[in-house]
Design a binder for this molecule. Structure first.
Ligand code: 5AD
Ligand code: SF4
Length: 448
């Protein structure tokens, strides 16, 4: 049986799809890149914005259309949208056979089997918010991971926690991914050891509010210290941090531990106290500024990355200007900027009218991007002339498109700066020292 998995959304989904591929392959299924040749089409979905969901609905419309025209395929919807819509997906798209929530991926072989045995559509959703880490049917599978299926050579994502308890008013995550629950540190260390034995040298620890990680008396700073002792591991990153109750010991760990990278993804969402309050973020602009200042003071050379939402209900020009001001002042290496998208069921969608017109959202989005580009360019230019260590990912995306860029490789520094340079393809997964010769807002260029 040939299976194709389409993955949307965040790193959590990339990791879930990776685990799923190992699981399906070990059950004798063949994973294919080409959706047209597949017998089973699986969509691992995201609910964080309307746009992401619409894309899945149109994929499903097309796939179900083919099925109606006589193609025999099993169609499955996995992840956040599956959890959010449940059986409604089967009613809306006649032809969907499987709906499985993010904690149910471990049951997929069984679900596919039931469908091909003629048992009809299968729906497996996560139970209420009232559960612990051990209830997730997928987690035990981490030990079945095939490191050759990792997203990039020598790199792996490792989940250290699931879910979120913050309930920011715009966010669907706590509803679809359930309560915050941390994985025991021994399991994490064991998984990392196995990955390193198989050739991985860089791990990115994943959690929705990764700095809230705590298992017994072990917090994120302790976990970083333990990971620092894993022989053969070279780099550890963690995403995404929440700016409230940020334990400063994490900065000290980043400064003192050779493996902990100088990289912090810490979304502000807005630079205005009014908006932060309306969003239910549990910190003020002043507290955020203090946190960034502490990070810069403790961890020399740290790269800081942010997220912003523009056009949240009630956002005035002054609120928006405060976000632009924060980007200028923070020296972010990069920011991800999103237009507010009301999510059904969240407090924001229930209580606040989506009152900022689409064209205002769009122009604010463009304006913030332009501000960030200036800041990114200055940040990148500051690196020119320096020699940096990069982990090579492989051929640069341009290498395939432009005939004179065939030897172009791409890699990343410890601070996650993207560097493009000429080199041999077999460097993928290796470390190299590159001298930076040129910079744009998005990319650094260098020579080995
Ligand atoms: N609308 C727009 N952006 C959102 N994000 C989360 N929920 C929404 C929403 N309803 C953004 C936040 C978050 C990132 C992953 O997506 O900036 O940090
Ligand atoms: Fe969503 Fe807020 Fe939790 Fe992040 S911290 S996942 S934005 S609810």
């Amino acid at each position: 049986m040939k299976v194709h998995i389409e993955t949307m959304g965040c790193q959590m989904n990339v990791l879930d799809s990776e685990i799923l591929r190992s699981l399906l392959a070990s059950a004798g299924m063949e994973l294919v890149d080409d959706a047209l040749s597949a017998d089973v089409l699986l969509y691992n979905t995201c609910s964080v914005r309307d746009q992401a969901e619409n894309k899945v609905h149109s994929h499903l419309g097309r796939a179900c259309g083919k099925k109606a025209n006589g193609r025999e395929i099993v169609i499955g919807v996995l992840g956040c949208m599956a959890q959010r819509f449940g059986t409604e997906l089967i009613k809306r798209h006649r032809g969907v056979d499987i709906v499985a929530g993010p904690g149910q991926l471990g049951r997929l072989v069984e679900l596919i089997q039931l469908v091909t045995d003629g048992q009809g559509p299968q729906v497996a959703l996560d139970s209420s918010r009232n559960k612990t880490h051990a209830d997730d049917v997928v987690e035990f599978l981490d030990h079945y991971r095939d490191p050759n299926r990792c997203h990039l050579p020598g790199q792996a994502y490792v989940r250290i926690m699931r879910g979120c308890d913050k309930f920011c008013t715009y966010c669907i995550v706590p509803y679809v991914r359930g309560p915050e629950r941390s994985r025991p540190p021994d399991d994490i260390i064991e998984e990392v050891r196995r990955l390193v034995d198989a050739g991985v040298t860089q791990v990115t620890l994943l959690g929705q509010t990764v700095n809230s990680y705590h298992s017994g008396s072990t917090g994120l700073a302790d976990l970083l210290s333990r990971l620092d002792t894993v022989a053969g591991l070279k780099r550890v990153r963690f995403v995404t941090s929440y700016p409230g109750d940020f334990d400063r010991a994490i900065f000290q760990a980043m400064r003192d531990l050779p493996k902990a990278c100088e990289y912090l993804h810490i979304p502000a969402q807005s630079g205005s106290d009014n908006m932060l309050r309306a969003m239910g973020r549990r910190y003020s602009r002043g507290e955020y500024d203090d946190l960034i200042a502490a990070a810069r003071q403790t961890v020399p050379g740290i790269a800081i990355v942010g997220d912003f939402i523009v056009g949240f209900p009630g956002e005035t020009q002054a609120d928006f200007d405060a976000s632009a001001d924060l980007i200028r002042q923070s020296g972010y290496r990069n920011s991800y900027i999103f237009k507010y998208s009301p999510r059904p069921g969240t407090t924001g969608a229930k209580r606040l009218a989506d009152d900022i017109p689409e064209d205002v959202k769009r122009s604010r989005n463009r304006e913030l991007l332009a501000v960030q580009q200036e800041v990114s360019l200055a940040d990148n230019r500051a690196l020119t002339g320096q020699t940096v260590e990069i982990l090579v990912e492989g051929p640069s995306p341009r290498a395939n498109r432009q005939p004179n860029s065939q030897n172009q490789l791409v890699g990343r520094t410890r601070t996650d700066h993207i560097v493009v340079f000429d080199g041999a393809k077999n460097l993928a997964g290796q470390y190299a020292n590159v001298k930076i010769t040129n910079a744009t807002a998005l990319t650094l260029f260098g020579q080995l």
